[in-house]
Design a protein around this ligand. Sequence first.
Ligand code: NAP
Ligand code: GCO
Length: 259
Amino acid sequence: MQQLFTLQGKTAWITGASYGIGYSIATAYATAGATIIFNDITRELVDKGLASYAAAGITAHGHVCDVTDEQQVTALVTALERQHGAIDILVNNAGIIRRVPMIDMPADEFRKVIDVDLTAPFIVAKAVIPGMIRRGGGKIINICSMMSELGRETVSAYAAAKGGLKMLTRNIASEYGAHNIQCNGIGPGYIATPQTAPLRQPGHPFNDFIIAKTPAARWGEPADLQGPAIFLASAASDFVNGHVLYVDGGILAYIGKQP
Ligand code: NAP
Ligand code: GCO
């Protein structure tokens, strides 16, 4: 049964994984036997990530690549496939958020969020899928969000992107399932990372709100995503396709604690 969950001999590329959720998923994959490739947008971040992986005893391969730049992505995939062979597992993790009331948000800022959170997963998956087809299959995992299902004030661009990412996930599953490619999503709840640090400040009303909205009565930790990520990257999920696995402590199931 353990063989179902091993990643031994697999090559995994996790985008934007110098820290945060991507780093946590990458360390779990390394522990499960995978070779780890990650990218980030600056040399400084990649070096920071390499140091973190090394401190955890992991020999990771780090590359500077802006996932919104199709030329950079295509060149990196060519180099990775030459060095490692086809990429077995892709995690589209890189993402940004801008919390601005919609009517105050400049269109170019809206486009930037869509570019990173939706267009980039398209660009990276488009570059990786041909190699997966040649190799006889692969796993694609898109990091979606509560905002793939729910809206809230100030996150219109992010919700639009993550809602689209859910449907892109389903479409890749539909279009490439016949090539033994499984494409699924992970929908984290509210996780304690730099991205949510502004919401977790002591006394911030949103902090209390999320605790009341989460049956687990706590913020998630990046480590909470490791088991689900291994499941979706392993043979254990070979007949799971087009699914978004919500790892949210129960938020989507719960009306919230009575004040
Ligand atoms: P994070 O701490 O902000 O990390 C995001 C990573 O992506 C950073 O390393 C960032 O680099 C990188 N990145 C951003 N734009 C990039 C680009 N154009 N090219 C390459 N790398 C880029 O975020 P996180 O909390 O770990 O979240 C990771 C993913 O999970 C995101 O897709 C996010 O939307 C999603 N998510 C997060 C939560 C949560 O509660 N934290 C919940 C649900 C879903 P920089 O430092 O240069 O920006
Ligand atoms: C926000 C938060 C959320 C989380 C996550 C929830 O401002 O509402 O940043 O969007 O990042 O996406 O799943």
